[in-house]
Design a protein around this ligand. Sequence first.
Ligand code: IMP
Ligand code: MG
Length: 180
Amino acid sequence: MKTEVQLYNNVFEPYISAEKIDTEIAKVAGQINSDYAGESILFIGVLNGSFMFCADLLKKITLDCQISFVKLSSYEGVASTGVVNELVGLSEDVKGKHVILLEDIVDSGNTIEKLTEMFLEKECNSLKVATLLYKPLAYKKDIPIDYIGIEIPNDFVVGYGLDYDGLGRNLNGIYKLKED
Ligand code: IMP
Ligand code: MG
């Protein structure tokens, strides 16, 4: 990993390596492969942040599966605005399907709550949530997060799909904001 990354005026330091990310995604994929044995899954990636997680997770899924995407946004800079905007809605028919939502990170849970409401009214057969990163200290909802890659404290992180105002998504490891 790079020893430091600068995005705009902020410096980020190495936090989670690409190898660690790969190992944890393999564990999540293994759990899904065993929990859904004999079934097919419709994965729904939450754009933009989850694109790398979606790609790497799906390469490790051995079941019949499909993927589609929705696009939501709640963050501006390093803080959640609390209001979740739907930028690209769901085009897929999810009725009767086993749906797994794929998130880069679950923070306050506002996004997951909004998505859960959207999907439950569409009568999917089952609905679960998988996230690469989870901030348990920030999570304020009761919705269970079924598959978790890595739990982290309330640090602001970038890389591996996650951004700081649009930058940093291309980094192959995860970096956290350096305290000064
Ligand atoms: P929530 O709705 O508060 O749970 O936030 C979820 C969304 O906020 C995630 O899908 C990310 O896009 C964004 N987010 C939350 N924490 C971070 C972070 O530390 N870095 C970058 N984006 C984040
Ligand atoms: Mg996201």
